[in-house]
Design a protein around this ligand. Structure first.
Ligand code: NAP
Length: 242
């Protein structure tokens, strides 16, 4: 897999899975831009570490998305790979879930994928080359009590990706989904040890994933070698969704 000088945009790149993806591409000699919402100090350090570009903006903001894409294209002349990774949780049982919890999760996790995919479409079509990889979740495939908003957003990503894959297939642009299981990041740190233990009992490999284990399949789907794969969802979940 060759990413030397590839032009890459990752949403939510400061922490967890997004950061592992940013670092993995940078390690391969790619030019990497990333967005984040609030971790300014971390973002500045990472930007220096990878000699890349950083943009502070809410992924749910469609105007900001088109401005970010515009600036990356201006700096590097195009975008080869987009990874829609930014995501949040606001868990609660449906009967207690507020409208705001619903809206925030749908906007940050699903609308954001629309925002950035729409913004890069024209450039990728003109280039007759592009890779879009969207980060879903095992929860979008099998559901989870207390995560109706999150599951809906992550299942929505699959439908969006298949539709976009069909729209862009003849233009050399592929669109695929990676659906991680239980990954060691800030997002899952809040889960108490007892609950973690019971969650892991359902995972055939009996352990959590490290963010790098999600980045690796993302890089494969983003490679030139994956040119005949589009509209697919790759479960990276230790067998949980079998
Ligand atoms: P994380 O550790 O909480 O990191 C989330 C990253 O996204 C941070 O860089 C954060 O930036 C950024 N972000 C969040 N909301 C944003 C917004 N509205 N606009 C721009 N950036 C935003 O999360 P993670 O565990 O790495 O998860 C990454 C993705 O994988 C998410 O889509 C998540 O749903 C998915 N996923 C995670 C797991 C898991 O077990 N961890 C499993 C399946 C799927 P700030 O620094 O500014 O907050």
């Amino acid at each position: 897999m060759e990413f030397n000088k590839s032009r890459i945009l990752v949403t939510g790149g400061t922490r967890g899975i997004g950061r592992a993806i940013v670092e993995a591409f940078a390690h391969q000699g790619a030019q990497v831009a990333f967005t984040y919402r609030s971790s300014t100090e971390v973002a500045e350090e990472l930007k220096k570490e990878i000699s890349g570009l950083a943009f502070q903006c809410d992924a749910a903001d469609i105007h900001a998305a088109s401005q970010v894409v515009e600036q990356v294209v201006k700096a590097w002349g195009g975008i080869d790979i987009l990874v829609n990774n930014a995501g949040i949780t606001r868990d609660n049982l449906m009967m207690r879930m507020s409208e705001s919890d619903w809206d925030q999760v749908i906007n940050a996790n699903l609308k954001s994928v629309f925002n950035y995919s729409k913004a890069v479409c024209r450039t990728m079509m003109r280039q007759r080359y592009g890779r879009i990889i969207n980060i879903s979740s095992v929860v979008g495939r099998i559901g989870n009590a207390g995560q109706a908003n999150y599951a809906a957003s992550k299942a929505g990503i699959v439908g969006l990706s298949k539709s976009l894959a069909k729209e862009l297939a003849t233009r050399g642009v592929t669109v695929n989904v990676v659906a991680p299981g239980f990954v060691e990041t800030d997002m899952t740190e809040a889960i108490n040890p007892k609950e973690k233990e019971s969650l892991l009992r359902g995972v055939p490999v009996r352990r959590t994933a490290m963010p790098e284990e999600i980045a690796a399949p993302v890089l494969f789907l983003a490679s030139k070698e994956a040119s005949y794969i589009t509209g697919q969802t790759l479960g990276v979940d230790g067998g949980l969704s079998m």
